[in-house]
Each structure stands twice: as C-alpha cells, then as structure tokens.
Ligand binder design. Structure first.
Ligand code: ZN
Length: 249
C-alpha cells in the first residue's frame, strides 16, 4: 500500500543478444524470497515470528519452479525464502536480518548466471522508503549487471519504477482471487532459463496508468478486469515480447 493505487502495465521486450554464453559450463541460478503484502494503514507491525523461513533444500521441497530449473540442467542454489500472511509494515530488524542473510549467501555462492526472486511485490519495511529497491540494489552491488534477475509477483504488488529498472525479467499473477501462483513462479524461472540459454538482453517497458479499481470490482472473472486480464496472454504472445503483466496494487 506504499504507493497510490494504480494500474501498472509491464511488458517484457526481447532485446538484443548480449553476450556469448560460457559454453558447456552448467548455469547456476540462486533463489531467494521475502514474500509479504504490507499494509501501511495497519498499526500492527509484522515481526520475525510472523514469518515462515525456509532455507536450502527445504525451500525447494515440493516447488515446481525448482524442478523446472533442474530439468533445464541448471544448478539451483537456494538461500532464504521467508513468507508471512498479509499484515502491517515489516519490522526493520526482521527485514534487515533476512536481507543480510541473502546478501551473505550471494557473497559465498561463487559464480552465478541468474537469480530468481520469489516475491509478493508489496513489501514495506520500517525505516525504508522502498525496501524492495534497497534489496535489489544491494544484490546488484554484489552481482553487477551481467547476472540476470527474474522475479514473480502477486498482481497486487506495488513495484516502483526504480525497482523495475533493476530487475531484468518479471511476471505477475493473472487471476484474482489467485489461482495461478505456482504457474506464475514457473513462468518466472522459465523466462530466466530461456534468457540464459539464448543470451537475450530483455528490456521492460513500464507504464503507470491512473485508474483506481474498487476492491469489490477487483475480480479478474468479472468486468472491468476480465477484459483487461484476458488480453495478457494475447499481448505476451506478440512477436518480440516475452511476457506482459498488469498490476492492480
Ligand atoms: Zn493479491
């Protein structure tokens, strides 16, 4: 809730091929997640105890997206994946503890080709104007721009232009109530795998549209959202485009 309610349309464009990939070396994808929908109108902070935190192999158990990475013959390197039910703003100490652990894992991970972020997209932490931007910029400080970062998001995520500038690939749920969480995560890693295999340099076009949809109208099976969301796969299938998302944060 940290940004005004806007429709955000993002279109992922196939850019030029950016580099010769490193031949026969197995590609390495590091994964992380701080998935939380933070409501800044709530007076109840979300603490460390509210989160379920999974690390290492435990974070991959039963996750179809992890199987997809392995089936692509790429190495998956899980770090911290933290999830909590929607609530207020995340306590500063909890956010910083999670972020620092993720950054330490990246420092110790060795060579990386890609990063997958399993996020909600509306994370807000005490003491930060844009916690998601802080997180991804600190990751970029470690990895540079050659490591491709892909992310999956809830369509109620509030991504800022600064965040979209830092990420290479993104995709969001296409249903509300949400029934496509798993397929969205799979789509995010498939985009990353395809980009790594093809040497693509993807570019995201990001447009903020000043439309407000009341809560009782924010169901993707009824109008006005039905007409909008049913166009997403059609738009995403156009030549030169990799994906399209509509955020209604
Ligand atoms: Zn949602």
């Amino acid at each position: 809730m940290k940004r005004p309610a806007l429709f955000i349309l993002s279109v992922l464009i196939l850019g030029s091929v950016f580099s010769c990939q490193s031949g026969s070396q197995q590609k390495r994808i590091l994964t992380l997640g701080i998935r939380h929908e933070s409501n800044t109108f709530s007076t109840l902070p979300v603490t460390m105890l509210d989160f379920t935190v999974l690390r290492g192999a435990e974070a991959l158990k039963g996750q179809k997206w992890a199987d997809v990475i392995r089936e692509a013959d790429m190495e998956v390197i899980p770090t911290l994946h933290a999830y909590a039910w929607p609530g207020g703003v995340v306590e500063q100490s909890a956010f910083e503890t999670f972020m620092n652990e993720i950054l330490d894992s990246i420092k110790n991970a060795g060579r990386l080709d890609g990063i997958y972020m399993d996020m909600h997209g509306a994370l807000h932490a005490e003491g930060y104007d844009d916690a998601q931007v802080t997180l991804i910029r600190k990751i970029r400080e470690l990895t540079g721009n050659d490591v491709l970062i892909s992310g999956s998001f809830d369509l109620h995520g509030n991504l800022s232009p600064d965040f979209v500038n830092e990420i290479d690939l993104l995709t969001a749920y296409r249903t509300a109530p949400h029934r496509d969480a798993e397929e969205t995560r799979v789509r995010a890693v498939e985009l990353l795998i395809d980009a790594l295999n093809s040497g693509w340099d993807p570019h995201i076009e990001f447009v903020e549209i000043p439309i407000l949809v009341p809560g009782e109208k924010s169901i993707t099976e009824v109008e006005p959202l039905n007409s909008i969301y049913t166009q997403i796969p059609v738009i995403a299938g156009r030549e030169g485009l990799l994906d399209a998302s509509v955020f209604a944060g």
